[in-house]
Design a protein around this ligand. Sequence first.
Ligand code: B4P
Length: 190
Amino acid sequence: MLNLVLFGPPGAGKGTQSQLLIDKYKLIHLSTGDLLRNEISNGTPLGLEAKKIMDEGQLVPDEVVIGMINNMLDKGKDAKGFIFDGFPRTVAQAEALDNLLESRQMSISGMIALIVDEDELEKRLLSRGKDSGRPDDANQEIIRKRIQEYKSKTTPVANYYDKQDKLQSIKGVGSIEEIAESIDKVIASY
Ligand code: B4P
């Protein structure tokens, strides 16, 4: 199985690259951001709770996203593998993911981190906000809050995988095709 963690700050291109990878490698895409937005559009109690937190640019509680991933892993038992996009975002989530996978005789093949500077991230997210309707992309203050959350809570996740010799970083600036090629090279090395 190919179980990939696509990592990077908000706007790094995780969602964009995931779309290419699911087609190419026939993987199941698990984006906690998409799963949460689904809950919001369906008006579920979980969605109502998550909306307030996401609109402020903060991370939703670990137990909420871990529960969602647990359910989704069961639905994809016969898959060729998974892309984890936007998850894990805290060390507690990374530990929980390792446990969830181990209990299913699975493991993470590797983490690919997309490196993009802050000015570029802000530019991309503000530009997406013009037509995405996503409240968390709508203004600079919220975007900066998300980047701040990433720096304080999410960057330690890269060290977590580095300690397991599973981290590889690539440049996330350039054309979408160029970045996809760099990702392919890393996958070929597994
Ligand atoms: P996410 O949905 O994961 O959103 P994101 O971090 O903004 O990444 P996204 O995938 O959307 O951006 P991408 O880089 O593809 O999270 C949203 C919120 O949900 C979080 O803030 C949090 O509140 C909550 N949440 C989600 N997961 C959670 C978890 N595990 N724990 C707790 N809370 C969680 O694309 C950005 C833009 O860049 C696009 O417009 C794209 O077209 C453009 N782009 C991509 N590649 C480009 C390139 N090479 N050049 C130029 N533009 C590019």
